[in-house]
Each structure stands twice: as C-alpha cells, then as structure tokens.
Design a protein around this ligand. Structure first.
Ligand code: NAI
Ligand code: 13P
Length: 329
C-alpha cells in the first residue's frame, strides 16, 4: 500500500469536519468537499461548519466544492448520510484512480436495496477499495481532540492497517480489522437501539430499564450480526458494544435525543429537531432484513412501529413488557 499523504473528506457536516481535523492533525494534506453551497461558503470563509459550530478548521484543510479535485486524494472518507451514499459514490467513481480506498463513515443500511455501505461502494465504484470506519466517537469530542478509539475495516488487512496509520493522530486511535460486515452492521444497528434507549429516558422509566434495554438491544444486534456474517468478537468490540454503550447513554447522541423527544410525547415529524438521526432511516430496513431471516428483534421492531405510526410509545412499551417469559440465552 502506498503512503497516504493526502486525504479527501466528502461531507463537511459534524462528523466530516471532525474527521478532517483528525486527518490534518495526523499530518495529512486534507481536502474537505461539501455539496451544500451555504455550508461550503461557511467552511471556506469562516473556517467553521454549520453542523459543528465553534470548531475552527486546521490550516492544512482546504475546502472545495469540486469533486474532481477531491477525487485526486490518496484515500477518500465518505462522511455523508447513508441514504445519499450511492448518489455521491456514483458521481465520484469516474473521477478516482483505480484502487483508491473509499472509506464509508456513515452508519446505516440503504433503504429499498438492503445494501450495507461497503456493498454500495463495490457496486458503484468497482475499481475502488471499499473500507468502513465506525466506533464510539462523537464528532464534538473528536474535534476537540478528546481521546477516542474507532475501528477501520477492509477485506485486505494491509489496507486496513495503512488507513489506520494514515488517520491516527494520538488522541484519535483507529484499530484495524478485516471484518468489514461486522463493523458496518454494528454502527447501523446501534442507532436504532439508541432511539429505544432515548425513549426509555424520555419516559423516565429509570436507570434499571435503560440497562435492560441496552443489554437486550445488544442481544438483538448479535442475533442480527450472526445471521448477516459478522464476527462475534467484532460485535463485542468498539464498533458494536462500544458504540451501543456510547449512544444508549447520553443525549449527546442525536438518535438517543430523538428517542428522548418521542418518549416525552413529541411527534415523529419534529422529534429530531432538524438533526440527522440515522436510526430513523435504518429502522424499517433493519426490520425487513430481520424478517427475511426470521431473526427476533422485538426492540427494533417496536422502534420501527412507533416511527411508522403503527403503534404508540406507551403501547410499544406495554407490548415489550408483556412478551412471554423466555430463557435469557
Ligand atoms: N456526528 C457524529 O458524531 C458521528 C456521525 N457518524 C455518521 O456519519 C454520517 C454523517 O453524519 P454527520 O456528519 O454527523 O451528519 P451532519 O448532518 O452533521 O452532516 C451531513 C453531511 O452530509 C452532507 N449531505 C447531506 N445530503 C447530501 C447529499 N445529497 N449529497 C452530498 N452531501 C450531502 C451535508 O451537506 C453534510 O455535509 C452519519 O451516517 C452518522 O451516523 C458517525 C460517527 C459519529
Ligand atoms: O455514531 C455516533 C457516535 O459513535 C453518533 O451518534 P448519533 O448519530 O446518534 O449522534
């Protein structure tokens, strides 16, 4: 693997900005591409993202709206919502050099197709090397340089290791892995479970209920993961259990705070307060995929039903509590 001296980050939202900062601190030349004109202007002029106010871009970050310019980087981080990944990778594909690593940083599964993030990359940019970055990491923490550990996975161990080296900046510590499916599946699933945890908090059901929800949620993540090819060790690691613990425990998570608002009685339409809650997009597709393989996921099912307006929060909680008693394992 060649030395990665330049990195492009596609998406100057909260996470893209934080990752651009990290890459700059790691000594890379960074190109930050933003599609939204207003945010691109803010990034270029005020050196700040509208999605992460108060964080000044490192001097080594160059802002661009020219995808062809970004495409010349040695590796490209895709930091845009899961449901728009296909469109962006399709535009990017003809512009990149063969074997350019494209690292998905979104946590979701594509609606309609049931495709995981790296599957979309493989379909839309067959000459690229797909990879995934995931793990417990709030953009605001990473941008402030607080200690954070994530996982980067690629099917080729040398690629995963080279990518981890390229973006390691001391406080931001990427572990490497070849379990691509395990890493991408954990991040997508935990977002749905974080909504459930937020509902528990919003309804003031107590710390015991929150621990029960998180733990039984993890059991769902593991069942889903085993059926879709994830390694158990990965699900027990940073991108699975680690990220579940993070996002099921604090309103700093947008998925958790979306659930909290639902628990407090806000409507599905307003509960996100204009912020991205990926779990809301993933919930229905997660359920379709669970049904396709007969996987029991009652918590995720309850979240999907609440979001679809098929049940109320109270009825969903009642239904979960009155399920027949069963063996824990
Ligand atoms: N914010 C965080 O702490 C973390 C977020 N993530 C994941 O990263 C992904 C992005 O999240 P954030 O950056 O936080 O979201 P955000 O809402 O802050 O930013 C979204 C970015 O995507 C861009 N975008 C939206 N629609 C687009 C389109 N059609 N074409 C091109 N670009 C488009 C926006 O302009 C913006 O740059 C999500 O999947 C999220 O789960 C992962 C780890 C941490
Ligand atoms: O994935 C995240 C932290 O690891 C960010 O969580 P939210 O998208 O719920 O804010």
């Amino acid at each position: 693997m060649t030395m990665m001296s330049s990195i492009a980050v596609l998406g100057g939202g909260a996470w893209g900005t934080a990752l651009a900062q990290t890459c700059a601190r790691a000594g890379r030349k960074v190109m930050l591409w933003e599609h939204d004109a207003g945010n691109a202007q803010q990034l270029a002029n005020a050196r700040e993202s509208l999605f992460l106010p108060g964080v000044k871009l490192e001097p080594a970050i160059q802002v661009t709206r020219d995808l062809a310019e970004a495409a010349r980087a040695d590796a490209i981080l895709l930091v845009i919502p899961a449901q728009v990944l296909r469109a962006v990778v399709s535009q990017l594909a003809p512009l990149i050099a063969p074997r350019t690593p494209l690292i998905a940083c979104a946590k979701g599964i594509e609606r309609g197709t049931h495709r995981f993030m790296t599957e979309i990359i493989a379909e839309c940019a067959p000459e690229a090397v797909p990879a995934i970055l995931s793990g417990p990491s709030f953009a605001a923490d990473v941008a402030r340089g607080l200690p954070t550990a994530v996982t980067i996975a690629a099917t080729d161990a040398a690629v995963a290791e080279a990518l981890a080296q390229a973006i390691n900046c001391g406080s931001f510590r990427p572990y490497h892995s070849t379990d691509v499916r395990g890493v991408e599946l954990g991040g997508a699933t935990k977002n749905v479970l974080a909504i459930a945890a937020g509902i528990v908090e919003g309804k003031k059901l107590g710390a015991s209920a929150l621990a029960a929800m998180t733990t039984r949620g993890f059991a769902e993540l593991v069942r889903f993961g085993k059926a879709y090819g994830a390694k158990t060790e990965t699900m027990m690691g940073l991108s699975g259990l680690g990220d579940l613990i993070l996002t099921c425990g604090t309103p700093q998570s947008r998925n958790f705070s979306f659930g909290m608002a639902l628990g407090k009685g806000e409507s599905v339409d307003t509960a996100s307060h204009g912020k991205l809650a990926e779990g809301a997009f993933t919930a229905p597709v997660l359920l379709e995929m669970a049904h396709a393989k007969n996987i029991e996921m009652p918590i995720s099912e309850a979240v999907a039903a609440v979001l679809a307006g098929q049940t109320t929060v109270d009825a969903a909680i009642g239904a979960l509590l009155t399920r027949p008693l069963k063996s824990e394992l």
